[in-house]
Design a protein around this ligand. Structure first.
Ligand code: HDD
Length: 706
């Protein structure tokens, strides 16, 4: 018995390694040939990785087995604390190239050396959900960018929304406690639709502008690739003369803006919780990496003093109509990580990471963040040496200083000197090129106060709402009704309607009606005279800034045996020509045989490829195929969902029985259902798909629109 056990381990070890085909075609097992030998962390070669050391085959395991102990010990410590916010994220590498110098405004090389390429790492994230939550939660998306510049690392730790919930960092723990799962029950996670969140919000009028943004479709993006990014705060640029100019940073996606419908988001979370990360991975892997323009809004003290709001208040935007966004360069995200943990999980963004020529303002949210990010990295990564982890190391410049020791120190200098100044040599401060803080004049009484210039909480909330297209306004109303309907406390719902009355009476009435509130509450009390009617801003609408074509988007092509090959080919060729992608969905994963005998591979079986995963769909079915699918619940859902989510649907006439059985009656057929009568009609269909959705359909068919 004992011999059998031992032999088994040894032989399976050999199989792990390599096989070689002999001259006669026979297979030889070659132990460790040209393959690295498995070792312990100490470099000791391992002979058996299948069986722990025992006293006899059925005896106790021995503590003496150092390989076993080390392996289990290491496994036990694999997890590090997840980020307290933005736990779920996805990181990729990229490159920034500057097209227009800002030398008049800043000395930062990254913003002055035209044509220079700066490596980047970007991590997208949701805020509230835990690391294992799903991608399509209604939530703000983090859009954090690290630029590895020649003068050190510069981080813009931004979001896909240009404003924030609160004005002072001291409220951040309360905001996040209220938003995340409730402490007694541990749910709901990754959603704000619960009492604690809305209780806090209803008591925090400064959040009202942000509430308009998060109840809009901005928080259910179609993909990271179709999102804007914002640095949020006013920062400073400082030029060679020491003059400061204020700046707000913007990332604008070249693909345009796009979001999904709420009902779709809910279903995507079930069908593919990794929808966003998979989308980004696929786009980069298939060679269509996403690109963004980097833009800046530049303004001076004169503008700041005359602007209706305080430029230090992170709950306010500066409308692009007032200060246009100047595009100065672009970045492409084209590099997948080699290892998720090493890069995405261990990357440490800090708002305090700025380079010479870029500085901070007194925005009290930014000031607090500058403490929090450094502090949190120590907790998460366990050592002040987190900057030694490759993903966090500066790449464009050397690092020289006398900070030493600590856990996991990887950069220990040689030699005797570890202080400065010294008479031995080594790095010295450099007043000419070193970082200089902007010498802002400050005075005032020490006090815990909020500036009165931060007091108007409703004007920009209204401006955002009136800047939306009717379908977008409807979605904001729907989202508010949905979220508040999940609050058990009626008084919280009513308080929120009171705030909405200060934003838009129509919206307040819609939400009240949706919640069954018969008598409108009083408008929320405001401390100051607060609301002016600001002009709408086109930049705030997704619909008005959507994609120009179907490029970068995905068509789901439902195909059955006997379907017209010419149509399938025309679709595939047409999509390739415009740099769009597709998936073939078939009743069986093996694929389908078309009417000319060619075989198409199925990427998804119908049950695994619901239409929510695609931007538009095409139904290319044979009469038999349509008859078969017309009996199938999943196939009917495929069509009904595409219709309900206002998608464009291309169909061959033979597919009509399925459309009918999916509940789309003849008089429901609209311009978004496009007949693919011939290969020629495919071009028109794909052109139409270039629009976002047929939102009018939702306005016509959704009860809530009435
Ligand atoms: Fe924050 C993470 C964005 C306010 C404290 N934040 C974090 C991340 C993003 C943002 C994108 C994820 C970074 C990554 O991918 O690793 N946070 C924002 C924006 C804010 C904001 C745009 C407002 C304008 N944050 C904010 C405040 C505080 C924090 C006011 C604290 C006072 N944020 C943190 C943190 C996190 C973080 C606790 C958690 C993980 C981390 O930092 O690295 O320090």
């Amino acid at each position: 018995m004992s011999t059998i056990g031992k032999d088994k381990g040894a032989s399976s070890q050999a199989q792990v390694f390599e096989t070689e085909i002999g001259e006669g075609g026979e297979l030889h097992q070659v132990v460790g040939k040209d393959v690295d030998t498995l070792t312990t962390q100490q470099g000791v070669p391992v002979a058996d990785d299948q069986n722990s050391l025992k006293v006899g085959p059925r005896g106790p395991t021995l503590l003496e087995d150092f390989h076993f102990r080390e392996k289990i010990f290491h496994f036990d410590h694999e997890r590090i604390p997840e980020r307290v916010v933005h736990a779920r994220g996805y990181g990729v590498h990229g490159r920034f190239v500057l097209n227009e110098s800002l030398a008049d405004y800043t000395t930062a090389k990254v913003l002055t050396e035209v044509g220079e390429e700066t490596p980047m790492f970007v991590r997208f994230s949701t805020v509230a959900g835990n690391r294992g939550s799903s991608d399509l939660a209604r939530d703000v998306r983090g859009f954090a960018a690290k630029f590895y510049t020649k003068e050190g690392n510069w981080d813009i730790v931004g979001n896909n929304i240009p404003v924030f919930f609160i004005q002072d960092a001291i409220k951040f723990p309360d905001l996040i406690h209220a938003a995340k799962q409730e402490p007694d029950r541990g749910f709901p996670q990754a959603q704000t639709a619960h009492d604690n969140f809305w209780d806090f919000i209803s008591l925090t009028p400064e959040s009202m502008h942000m509430i308009m943004w998060i109840m809009s479709d901005r928080t259910i993006p179609r993909s990271f690739r179709f999102m804007e990014g914002f640095g949020v705060h006013s920062f400073r640029l400082i030029n060679a003369e020491g003059k400061s100019t204020y700046v707000k940073f913007h990332f604008k996606p070249k693909l345009g803006l796009q979001s999904v419908a709420w009902n779709e988001a809910v279903k995507i979370n079930g069908a593919d919780p990794d929808f966003h990360r998979r989308d980004l991975w696929d786009a980069i892997d298939l060679g269509s990496p996403p690109e963004w323009d980097l833009g800046v809004q530049l303004f001076d003290d004169d503008f700041a003093n005359s602007f209706e709001f305080d430029i230090l208040d992170a709950t306010k935007i500066i409308p692009e109509e007032q200060v246009p966004v100047k595009i100065i360069g672009s970045f492409v995200l084209d590099g997948l990580v080699d290892n998720f943990f090493a890069e995405t999980e261990q990357v440490a963004f800090c708002t305090q990471n700025v380079v010479p020529g870029i500085g901070f303002t007194n925005d009290p949210l930014l000031q607090g963040r500058n403490f929090s990010y450094l502090d949190t990295q120590l907790k998460r990564l366990g050592s002040p040496n987190f900057t030694h982890i490759p993903i966090n190391q500066p790449r464009g410049c050397p690092v020289h200083n006398f900070q030493q020791d600590g856990h996991m120190a990887m950069r220990n200098p040689k030699g005797r000197v570890n202080y400065e100044p010294n008479s031995w040599g080594g790095p010295r401060e450099n007043p000419a090129t070193g970082y200089r803080h902007f010498g802002a004049e400050e005075n005032g009484r020490k006090a815990q106060v909020r500036s009165e210039s931060f007091a108007d909480h409703y004007s920009q909330a209204r401006q955002f709402f009136v800047s939306q297209e009717p379908i977008e306004q409807k979605h904001i109303g729907d989202a508010l009704v949905f979220e508040l309907s999940k609050c058990e406390r009626i008084d919280i719902r009513e308080k929120m309607v009171g705030h909405l009355l200060n934003i838009d009476a129509g919206l307040a009435k819609t939400v009240a009606a949706g919640l069954g509130i018969e008598t409108l509450p009083e408008p929320a009390e405001t401390l100051f005279e607060t609301r002016t009617d600001l002009p709408p801003s086109a930049a705030l609408s997704i619909v008005r800034n959507g994609p120009q074509s179907f490029s970068g988007r995905k068509l789901g092509i439902l195909v059955t045996d006997g379907a017209e090959a010419a149509i399938v080919k025309a679709l595939v060729d047409g999509l390739k020509a415009i740099d769009a992608v597709y998936e073939i969905i078939t009743p069986k994963i093996a694929g389908a045989t078309l009417d000319d005998g060619t075989k198409v591979e199925g990427k998804q079986k119908i049950d695994g490829g619901p239409s929510i995963l695609y931007d538009a769909v095409a139904l290319v079915l044979s009469p038999d195929g349509a008859a078969l699918l017309a009996k199938d619940k999943t196939a009917k859902d495929f069509v009904a969902d595409a219709f309900g989510h206002a998608k464009f649907i291309g169909y061959v006439p033979d597919a009509l029985p399925l459309i009918d059985k999916a509940g789309i009656a003849e008089d429901d057929m609209d311009e978004g259902l496009i007949e693919l009568g011939s290969a020629k009609s495919v071009t028109g269909f794909l052109e139409t798909c270039g629009q976002l959705r047929l939102w009018d359909r939702e306005l016509r068919t959704d009860l809530d629109a009435a």
